[in-house]
Ligand binder design. Structure first.
Ligand code: GLN
Length: 485
């Protein structure tokens, strides 16, 4: 048996029965990394020695009969989440040497459950991108076709899960950064409701949008990981004290009585034929399982890209002001005076996409323009939220594509920021509304590239997304297909 292929729930069962040890499982994952990482480049940092020690501790915990579902499970963490004692670069030169003195709440929860941290995965700098090509350090390749992007910004985590370089992973999503790479890499990803998972220790990109969520090989694992990472956190002022259900309970429920809306605005001109077909097939399969579908309209969808690309850069420009070469991160010490030091540090430390966003965001927030740009975008954001609210008066979930096409070629959109931004068209509205969204594999293109179905739901109704996704997964075999590496 290839241990690295296991899902969390499969590995957890074997660990608990002591048929395998976490040390064996973790070694198998590092062997796998050794074998394929030169093709994928999913990890910015690997911490093998630490991981092996954590695996040993986990085996002792299991031996004492105190294990939890994540105990001893090798996990990959997006390098935007602080990990105590492990370099956290955010994919940026400005934090290339930054070693946090504390862990983010999500990482702490994983550690408390005695999960094993394998390493930190690649991303677009500070999460700004849809292809991982904006990482300051390296290109990550899509395991299904090495000439293509894995998606972004959690591309390293999604590629690591798809290539079996970890058992489970964690990503973050501001405008689609969990869902889109999961769709492109053929794995399951969930962006929880804003406020569902603590953002403490998640390096801020756009604070009103950022969320942490699971990236897993199947839907059961998504539920297990949600059980572990959700919940109120007093050190995150936007965390919501909403009770956390056992997300695995919902896996046993069928689809009778669930109404799904199919938003007509998501079937735009230019939608790839294979994507459209895969989504159509998934909807048919779900209807066959008892789901009721109806057409709905979300009329303000077309403004989502423009709205997001004002709000997110505006918040980013403010959040990134802290990287001034004074307290931490890169400092251009050779500069003459303070102003030079600021300018040189930030010019050298930030890549072109981050600089572009800081410029757009600073402009949008500047005196005289604030109302016209940030203020107007906030108003449109409310209209987008109201669209969803109205749709959810008659629907439990909405079904849409995740991305307008399967994974594109490396380099294809790099010189055309607008076309890169447009690839977020289906994921941005849910981010702006703060509602949860899940990407589940629903088919393959003629070229053999994975395609994801996006399931959206009401605030704090992640259970229904997991339920619909699980039923689809059980009725199809997309999740059991593996890339040939
Ligand atoms: N691709 C989007 C952006 O570039 C979303 C990124 C994300 O969700 N972190 O901003």
């Amino acid at each position: 048996m290839d241990l690295y292929r296991l899902t969390i729930h499969e590995a957890s069962k074997l660990l608990k029965r002591r048929e395998i040890s976490s040390v064996e499982l973790t070694s198998a994952v590092f062997d796998r990394i050794e074998e394929v990482e030169n093709k994928i480049s999913a990890y910015l940092t690997l911490v093998k020695d630490r991981a092996m020690a954590e695996a040993e501790t986990a085996d002792n915990v299991i031996g004492r009969g105190e294990s939890k579902p994540l105990t001893g499970i090798p996990m990959a963490i997006k390098d935007l989440l602080c990990t105590e004692g492990i370099r956290t670069t955010c994919g940026s030169k400005i934090l290339a040497e930054f070693v946090p003195t504390y862990s983010s709440t999500v990482v702490k929860k994983l550690k408390d459950a005695h999960a094993v941290i394998v390493g930190k995965t690649n991303l677009d700098e500070f999460g700004m991108g849809s292809s991982n090509e904006h990482s300051a350090f390296m290109l990550t390749h899509n395991p299904w076709d090495l000439t293509r992007i894995p998606g972004g910004s959690s591309g390293g985590s999604a590629a690591a899960a798809a290539a079996d370089e970890c058992i489970g992973a964690v990503g973050t999503d501001t405008g689609g950064s969990i869902r889109q790479p999961c769709s492109h890499c053929g794995v399951v990803g969930l962006k929880p409701t804003y406020g569902r998972v603590s953002r403490f220790g998640l390096v801020a990109f756009a604070s009103s949008l950022d969320q942490v969520g699971p990236i897993t090989k199947d839907v059961t694992d998504c539920a297990l990981l949600m059980n572990e990472i959700c919940g109120y956190d007093s050190v995150d002022s936007t965390s919501v004290p909403h009770p956390v259900p056992d997300y695995t309970e919902t896996l046993r429920s069928g689809l009778n009585g669930i109404v799904a809306g199919i938003p007509k605005e998501y079937h735009v001109e230019g939608l790839d034929q294979d994507v459209s077909q895969a989504i159509g097939n998934a909807i048919k399969a779900l209807e066959g399982l008892g789901l009721t579908c109806k057409d709905v309209s979300l009329p303000h969808t077309e403004y989502a890209v423009a709205t997001y690309y004002l709000i997110a850069p505006a918040e980013a420009s403010s959040n990134l002001a802290r990287y001034d070469g004074v307290k931490y991160g890169l400092r251009d010490a050779a500069s003459g005076d303070l102003m030079d030091m600021y300018r040189n540090t930030r010019s050298k430390g930030f890549g072109p996409e981050v600089q572009r966003r800081i410029i757009i965001g600073t402009y949008a927030l500047s005196a005289g323009y604030y109302e016209a740009y940030y203020g107007k975008a906030s108003q449109v954001r409310t209209l987008i939220m109201q669209d969803f609210k109205k749709a959810f008066e008659t629907c439990d979930v909405l079904l849409t594509p995740v991305a307008p096409s399967p994974a594109f070629k490396l380099g294809e959109k790099l010189d055309d920021p607008l076309s890169m931004y447009l690839s977020d068209i289906f994921t941005l509205p849910a981010s702006l509304a703060g509602i949860p969204g899940l990407s589940v594999p629903c088919g393959f293109s003629r070229e053999g590239l994975p395609i994801g179905l996006q399931i959206l739901g009401k605030h704090f109704d992640e259970e229904k997304l997991i339920r619909v996704a699980y039923n689809l997964e059980q009725a199809t075999d997309h999740h059991s297909r593996k890339p040939k590496l």
